[in-house]
Write a protein that binds this ligand. Structure first.
Ligand SMILES: Nc1ncnc2c1ncn2[C@@H]1O[C@H](COP(=O)(O)OP(=O)(O)OP(=O)(O)O)[C@@H](O)[C@H]1O
Ligand SMILES: [Mg+2]
Length: 146
């Protein structure tokens, strides 16, 4: 079997760990010519899902959340050297691990790049819960950046 690296997803959450992951993803994309999706997922606040369990429309979310998310992506893209890289940014809403896995499935990703740690504040955690779930359930190989 040949492993053709055509599509790479990197998950970013505004953290240093995610930025390191993004730098690695950019290098791999540049070297291989793969398309790079830089994806960030906003987790709606607890209780947001309501009694019916219907997912909120992006329009229904507070502007602060949406703008914060856009800022995460804009700041990161500005900090990266994306010269010669075919990339696209993606914004999504929901449970970060589930959404990243869904994105990887939808785009038929060949590689998922994530940081070992993210924006969470729990220092004792060696590997973040999003990273942990992706490592267990990703449909494609995962590159975990320390
Ligand atoms: N909301 C998100 N959108 C996109 N990618 C994310 C998101 N959250 C985490 N990631 C990816 O997963 C990596 C690990 O983050 P994770 O959230 O697992 O760790 P943590 O924040 O330190 O711990 P926890 O969230 O469990 O408190 C990040 O570096 C990033 O690559
Ligand atoms: Mg986190």
């Amino acid at each position: 079997m040949t492993w053709n690296l055509n599509t790479i997803i990197v998950g970013v959450d505004g953290s240093e760990g995610a930025e390191r992951a993004a730098r690695h993803a950019v290098d791999v994309a540049r070297t291989t010519g793969a398309k790079l999706y830089i994806a960030t997922v906003v987790r709606p606040p607890e209780g947001w899902w309501g009694i019916g369990g219907a997912p909120p429309t992006p329009e229904a979310l507070s502007t602060a959340l949406i703008e914060g998310q856009k800022e995460v992506l804009d700041n990161l893209v500005a900090a990266l050297d994306l010269e010669g890289v075919d990339y696209e940014t993606l914004q999504d809403l929901g449970d970060p691990a589930s959404r990243l896995i869904a994105i990887a499935e939808e785009r038929n990703a060949d590689l998922m790049v994530i940081g070992r740690r993210g924006a969470g504040l729990v220092e004792r955690v060696i590997i973040g819960s999003v990273a942990d779930r992706i490592c267990h359930h990703s449909p494609c190989p995962v590159l975990l950046i320390p």
